[in-house]
Design a protein around this ligand. Structure first.
Ligand SMILES: [Zn+2]
Ligand SMILES: [Zn+2]
Length: 356
């Protein structure tokens, strides 16, 4: 065989393999996709869950930009009823990926009206309407002013509402199910704000000055309970409120890390940013103080969330929590998006899994 023939044969072989690989990749991709759809689309992954109280960390972050952490959001499934506490940016998509059953959503609860806790509210109202199949607006519980926030989101989504009804028809995009209905909470002490079907939700004011109204919530179902701090300074009242709960989700800010960011900004002449870094520690709680709250309330598990700054790596988590683990005898976890905390009824166990 001449050199030219050998070269031609190799060229044909390479072309053939290339074509096979391209066509094969497409075939494999199609098969994988179809299989994943058949297995997952429309499947209620919560059907296998035991009866109990289950919490989804749909957002463990803060206003600081972070590709891995959505804004603050904890969703709860209590028996067959679903609730969402805060809807930070990006959290509702995470919740969808975690398999939260939007059709069981009974209401959303806002801890306070800082934007990082409600900037996903439009997406939540849309998902509650379309994925949740609602025919009445979603009840949205929150402090005075929640009515203005909800009205604003309704206005912002009003054009989209019309398009969806026109496209899918009113039998699917039920016109009455769009939007939210503000349910104002204005309590000065622990107060029941929701009670139905064996689920009790209480609210208590916490100190997040200069925010006028900020609440922590406690959810109880079938002998199990969890508490969500929202944004607050170190609070003895919160400790009493969380007494004996199974899990406390508490916000956490590491002031020396925030101070370090401030110093760097100052050195680079970014004075506004440095001022903001200097301002924020005084209305949040350190990991150590969150541990003190957990210890005095006797909770089994403390999950730190709304992390400021969010540790970018596992190894930084240890530095973030500082001495917190020495101050709390129970289980201490740093939240990640996708964390799933399960409290089965008629049991004392706290099971933690990672869904994302
Ligand atoms: Zn806040
Ligand atoms: Zn916040």
């Amino acid at each position: 065989m001449t050199k030219r023939r050998i070269f031609s044969a190799i060229a044909v072989l390479v072309l053939f393999l290339g074509l096979t690989l391209t066509i094969g990749q497409r075939w494999i991709g199609d098969r994988l996709f179809n299989r994943a759809v058949e297995r997952n689309a429309g499947v209620d992954v919560t059907a296998q869950l035991p009866d109990g109280l289950h919490a989804y960390v749909c957002g463990s972050g803060s206003p600081m930009p972070d590709a891995d952490r959505a804004g603050p959001c904890i969703a709860v499934l209590a028996g067959k009823q679903g609730f969402i506490f805060d809807a930070g940016s990006g959290s509702i998509r995470k919740l969808g990926r975690m398999g939260f059953p939007m059709n069981r959503l009974q209401g959303a609860f806002l801890t306070h009206l800082h934007s990082d806790h409600l900037d996903g509210l439009g997406e939540l109202m849309l998902q509650a309407w379309m994925a949740g199949g609602r025919s009445t607006p979603l009840p949205i519980y929150g402090p005075p002013g929640t009515n203005r926030v909800v009205a604003g989101f309704i206005e912002a989504y009003d054009i989209d509402r019309g398009y969806r009804i026109a496209h899918h028809g009113p039998e699917v995009a039920r016109p009455g199910g769009f939007g939210g209905e503000a349910m104002i909470i204005n309590t000065t002490g622990p107060e029941v704000v929701y009670q139905s079907g064996g689920v009790t939700i209480r609210a208590i004011p916490v100190d997040h000055f200069p925010v006028d109204h900020a609440f922590a919530y406690r959810v109880e179902y079938s002998g199990r309970s969890l508490v969500i701090s929202g944004d607050t300074k170190y609070s003895q009242d919160l400790s009493k409120f969380a007494n004996g709960a199974d899990v406390l989700f508490h916000e956490a800010l590491n002031s020396s890390m925030v101070g370090k960011i401030g110093e760097s900004l100052e050195k680079r002449g970014i004075k506004d940013g440095a001022k903001i870094m200097a301002d924020i520690p005084d209305y949040h709680t350190s990991p150590e103080d969150a541990a003190r709250v957990a210890q005095s309330s006797g909770v089994k598990t403390l999950v730190l969330y709304h992390l400021v700054p969010a540790p970018p790596l596992r190894v930084v988590e240890r530095a973030f929590i500082g001495d917190a683990s020495d101050l709390f005898d129970g289980q201490l976890k740093v939240a990640e998006d996708g964390m799933f905390v399960s409290l089965p009824a008629k049991s004392q166990t706290v099971e933690i899994d990672q869904l994302l």
